[in-house]
Design a protein around this ligand. Structure first.
Ligand code: SF4
Ligand code: SF4
Length: 106
């Protein structure tokens, strides 16, 4: 089971104007140690057919709304996979994703 729920994103987070990690690699938003009960709450149309992670269109997670680098939001924020929770602004995965979108230089 996930720790304390966080149904609303932090409105002060730089992620609100980014979203790069959500549109970088279709293999990124995979499931790992999430509880089956939590995964069952994600709308099935947003989950890969094989149940291994979030469904994507190209490299873009289907749960992402908005435009990367402008204004974005995760439409399943409170249910997002652990890998998404673990990616924090300024960490290695974040910088790789942002570099792929030309937002930072590595
Ligand atoms: S974790 Fe980094 S790459 Fe992902 S949305 Fe936030 S700032 Fe962007
Ligand atoms: S589930 Fe949400 S946070 Fe995770 S990649 Fe998709 S849009 Fe981004």
């Amino acid at each position: 089971m996930n720790p304390a729920p966080d149904p609303l994103p932090d409105q002060t987070s730089p992620c609100q104007a980014c979203g790069a990690c959500c549109e970088t690699d279709a293999s990124w938003p995979r499931f790992s140690l999430e509880h089956d009960d939590d995964l069952a709450l994600i709308p099935p149309q947003l989950v890969k057919a094989d149940g291994s992670g979030m469904a994507c269109e190209g490299d873009r997670c289907k749960a992402l709304s908005g435009k990367v680098g402008d204004m974005t939001a995760c439409t399943i924020y409170g249910l997002r996979p652990d890998v998404c929770r673990a990616c924090l602004p300024g960490d290695e995965a974040c910088n790789i994703a942002r570099a792929r979108h030309g937002m930072v230089a590595l």
